[in-house]
Design a protein around this ligand. Structure first.
Ligand SMILES: C[S@@+](CC[C@H](N)C(=O)[O-])C[C@H]1O[C@@H](n2cnc3c(N)ncnc32)[C@H](O)[C@@H]1O
Length: 258
């Protein structure tokens, strides 16, 4: 999708200034009645959200909200989450994690809730803006504040950032990867969010899971955890040391010896 297909609007007069600033930062136009935009970014009192105005199946807004009911439910049962077992193993210590495919930050937030220090990397500026906005709100919410404090966000390409961190000798214990895959996931909510992520991912920036996996294996000091659909083949034919498999998704774990 071209940036010219994405507009920015303010929900009320009060958010006009913030909307204009965001449009300038992201190189986007302000929404106007004589142009149809495929996606609209909306600045509102509830935070930043994105919607697909012409698609009736995409009603509603996608925003990063770590205090929503779905997030709260996952946070309460985070210790049972398969992702936590895949990333932290059986030990009580919680590793430092680099989430190299940030997206809307749901997985990173679960890992931070379980006690991991998480650096999120997201390369799409609009997605990074949604994520940054959600993290800011989480820092000001009593339930999510202490979790959000364990998260840093970097906007950039993980392949470059992993290389830079390695060169600077910065230790990354675990790299977590969740590259986009074409299979549909069941929940309508997830589908809506994935649709937005997929729309923003263009031929100029295809998700290259294989290259990410190579970079992650070179940079991690303990393990690389890769999320896949449960029936998908191993990424780039690279067999993991073990996998944790659920109904729809699987975590392939690559142990690193350095
Ligand atoms: C399926 S989503 C991840 C969803 C995320 N795990 C969550 O819980 O919301 C994949 C995301 O990874 C990002 N991505 C893909 N390749 C990347 C790279 N090389 N560097 C940084 N981000 C990348 C995409 O832009 C997309 O937002």
């Amino acid at each position: 999708m071209n940036l010219s297909d994405i507009g920015v609007r303010a929900e009320t007069e009060q958010q006009q200034g913030a909307a204009r600033q965001l449009a300038a930062e992201l190189g986007l136009a302000m929404a106007r009645p004589d142009k149809r935009f495929q996606l609209l970014l909306t600045c509102s009192a509830k935070g930043l959200a994105v919607c697909k105005p012409d698609d009736p199946n995409m009603g509603g807004l996608v925003r990063v909200d770590f205090s929503s009911n779905t997030s709260s439910h996952r946070l309460k049962q985070q210790k049972q989450e398969m992702i936590v077992r895949a990333v932290a193993g059986k030990g009580r210590t919680r590793p430092k994690v680099l989430d190299a495919t940030g997206g809307l930050g749901r997985d990173a937030f679960i890992l931070a809730a379980a006690g991991c220090r998480v650096t999120i990397v997201e390369r799409l500026p609009i997605v990074a803006a949604l994520l940054g906005d959600g993290l800011q709100r989480a820092l000001h919410h009593p339930v999510t504040e202490s979790i959000a404090e364990r998260i840093d966000l970097i906007e950039g390409d993980s392949v470059c950032i992993l290389r830079e961190m390695q060169e600077r000798g910065r230790e990354i214990e675990v790299v977590y990867l969740d590259p986009m895959f074409p299979l549909s996931r069941k929940s309508a909510r997830v589908k809506k969010e994935l649709q937005v992520l997929q729309m923003l991912t263009t031929e100029d920036n295809p998700d290259d899971g294989g290259q990410l996996l190579q970079s992650a294996l070179a940079a991690a000091s303990k393990r690389v955890v890769l999320k896949r659909p449960s029936k998908a083949p191993y990424l780039a034919d690279h067999t993991p040391d073990f996998s944790l498999t659920g109904k729809t998704i699987r975590f392939d774990v690559y142990l690193v010896q350095k």
